[in-house]
Design a protein. Structure first.
Length: 304
């Protein structure tokens, strides 16, 4: 079993509508929905929940609707012993909601209603939560709020991981650079890392000189690549029949951090992360099939 380490996840908690379509419609056309279900989601909450199920001691800062504490999702977080005392409760507003459409090619289009998360822009940095943590993970959320949190976390000497995800387009070049300068580990899929390099007009070596000592690039079924002073590490994906890819990236981050924070090597952390994410894709929803530490460790050892 993993030892407890304190990880603070900052960003969205959301209700996810996972929608399957045969193909995406063109503008001014419609397409039939073949399946639709509602699940717990939001990138920061996914990391906190999956991490907690793996044995990490996690806390969460999200902006949620006024009725959130009455929901099954909040009860789920409590059952996982996630520290939620720093949640930003916004009366009269809805908890963020994601509509994630996946076609038969496993390509995705997402729509996201911010709702209560607009409150991030007016919120103070959760200083107490940051001081209590050993590491801070910045997920999708308000760019300025993430930057302010990264500043404080760096000043506290904490490990800062950053995954702008599908909110990357919300960062102007300066804000993106500002956050990256405070980052220890930068996560992104291959599309996002390329977009970051283009935005900052640099290459991987130049990116790492800005701040992150470690860059983790996930490449779907092609595995992941980790760039550090140890040069490039390539780790194969543990491929399973993918029912739904939603949340695979967040669970990879949770798995990676759960091992890295406990002193494991980059390669071992990436192998464990691949194992964790392989469970998530086997069922619909970001948190439906969260593995225990033992389950993920056993599958990792059986594959590599």
């Amino acid at each position: 079993m993993a030892k407890n380490r304190d990880l603070l996840a900052i960003g969205h908690s959301a209700h996810d509508y996972i929608i399957r379509v045969a193909e995406f419609p063109k503008a001014n056309f419609s397409a039939p929905i073949t399946n639709m279900k509602t699940f717990n989601g939001g990138a920061a909450a996914n990391v906190a929940c999956v991490g907690a199920n793996l044995g990490l001691k996690t806390s969460l800062v999200s902006a949620v609707g006024g009725d959130f504490k009455k929901t099954e999702y909040y009860e789920h977080m409590q059952n996982l012993d996630i520290d939620t005392k720093s949640l930003i409760i916004v009366p009269g507003e809805a908890t963020p909601t994601a509509f994630v459409l996946t076609d038969d090619n496993e390509d995705q289009i997402s729509y996201f209603y911010w709702g209560a998360a607009r409150e991030f822009a007016e919120s103070k940095v959760p200083s107490a939560a940051i001081k209590d943590a050993e590491a801070v993970h910045l997920a999708t959320g308000d760019p300025d709020f993430n930057w302010k949190c990264s500043e404080e976390a760096k000043n506290e000497g904490l490990l800062v991981s950053f995954d702008p995800g599908q909110d990357l387009g919300m960062y102007d070049t300066k804000k993106l650079k500002d956050v990256i300068e405070n980052t220890t580990i930068l996560f992104g899929n291959h599309h996002e890392i390329e977009r970051i390099l283009e935005a900052l007009e640099t290459d991987l070596n130049g990116l790492r000189e800005l701040g992150p000592k470690i860059v983790v690039k996930t490449c779907g079924a092609n595995g992941s690549e980790i760039y550090s002073n140890e040069d490039k590490i390539k780790v194969d994906a543990i491929t399973r029949e993918a029912v739904d890819p939603t949340g695979a990236g967040d669970s990879y981050r949770a798995g990676f951090l759960s091992r890295f924070l406990n002193g494991e090597s980059l390669e071992e952390s990436a192998k464990f992360a691949s194992s964790v994410s392989s469970f998530i894709v086997e069922q619909q929803g970001c948190q439906t099939n969260m593995p225990s530490f033992d389950d993920a460790f056993e599958r990792m050892n059986g594959f590599y």
